[in-house]
Design a protein around this ligand. Structure first.
Ligand code: SF4
Length: 358
């Protein structure tokens, strides 16, 4: 293993010579964590600059959504089912974690089926599943909604915040962000569902290299080497390094689940803004499962906490060290912004693995 890493680093050193600075965005928070954990930033040549992207679902969920979910938890008939990471994200005044400690009905779940089982067994109560994540988790939500529909369950709802990765990358490229992205390490888990095809615009329209990468140190280094070869040979394409999991056409069954239940819609990404067709909304025939329609929750734009740079970090324009709150008033124990909360957040990854630079 060590030999493989050394050999890959040697090859990367050779391929990167004379290329100038290459900015590679790792889109997915799991990649950010793996890069930090394995100290890859420190062993790569100086001209390879890894920048983090918007691939942490908790980080890009709007404050307005967090506030709405917190408000829903004030209603004693509502039982909120959420994955654990969401609980610590600060809303404007509180967090789900604080509400739970004050006695609100907020349950951590490991699968959406927990919400369905609760709904079946508690007909007088509303089970509200917080549907969060990208293409990776959307099929699970779609399956939940289908099952609830088939079983005529009337007290199961979703609070839908699902988002789609390719439109966010297109947004970054088309808006010419200061980060000057030269290439992408694309998210392996998302692509396991979508396949590589939805990412083809990266080379076809923007002439940038992209490699869909696995998550070990070796996978990531191999992917970086593939990117450098594409740059050197001036032949940008979308390649699959994670080829034992990701196929060109993805997982057609999972994609069908998404398409059966959801339509595309514009979506608001925290710290970034509205991105066209980057979200999913329930099709009209499933709208009765939408808690936002039932309780008419508002969608409002709310300012980020003062001095928080999460928006710029999510777009690759800044690194966590460049936020004046990093490691001082913002730590994983007392997060100010979402990038410090999530286990996949960029600031959390830097705090855990690259704290020495504070
Ligand atoms: S250190 Fe905290 S406040 Fe600063 S960008 Fe990261 S999460 Fe936001």
């Amino acid at each position: 293993m060590q030999n493989n890493i050394s050999s890959l680093i040697n090859k990367i050193n050779m391929e990167s010579k004379g290329l100038g600075q290459i900015n590679i965005m790792e889109v997915c928070g799991t990649h950010t964590m793996a890069i930090g954990k394995n100290g890859l930033r420190q062993i790569l040549p100086e001209n390879i600059n890894l920048i983090s992207g918007p691939g942490c679902p908790v980080c890009v969920t709007s404050i307005s959504d967090i506030n709405n979910i917190i408000e829903l938890s004030d209603n004693p008939s509502n039982y909120i089912f959420s994955f654990g990471d969401m609980l610590k994200v600060p809303g404007s005044k509180s967090s789900l974690y604080e509400k739970r400690s004050q006695g609100a009905n907020i349950k951590i779940c490991y699968t959406p089926i927990d919400a369905l089982d609760f709904a079946k067994n508690n007909p007088g109560k509303n089970a509200v599943f917080i549907a969060i994540g990208f293409e990776t988790t959307a099929p699970l939500t779609a399956s939940l909604v289908k099952k609830a529909s088939e079983n005529n369950i009337k007290n199961l709802f979703i609070y839908n915040t699902h988002k789609l990765v390719p439109p966010a990358l297109e947004f970054l490229l088309s808006s010419g962000k200061k980060s000057n992205i030269d290439a992408f390490l694309c998210p392996g888990h998302v692509c396991a569902i979508t396949g590589s095809t939805p990412f083809n615009f990266i080379n076809e329209k923007y002439h940038k290299p992209a490699v869909i990468s696995g998550f070990s140190a070796e996978d990531i280094l191999k992917s970086i080497l593939m990117i450098l070869k594409q740059i050197k040979n001036s032949c940008p394409s979308v390649e699959i390094q994670y080829d034992w999991v990701v196929k060109e056409n993805g997982n057609p069954i999972a994609v069908k689940y998404i398409n059966d239940v959801f339509d595309y819609c514009d979506s608001f990404w925290r710290g970034i803004g509205k991105i066209k067709k980057s979200g999913l909304k329930l099709k009209p025939e499933f709208e009765n499962f939408d808690i936002k329609s039932k309780f008419k929750t508002p969608e409002s734009q709310i300012d980020e906490p003062e001095f928080c740079s999460c928006g710029k970090i999510l777009q690759g324009e800044k690194k966590p060290f460049e936020c004046r709150l990093f490691g001082k008033s913002c730590t994983p124990d007392k997060p100010v912004g979402p990038c410090m909360v999530s286990s996949e957040g960029t600031c959390a990854a830097y705090f855990k693995y690259e704290k020495y630079k504070i």
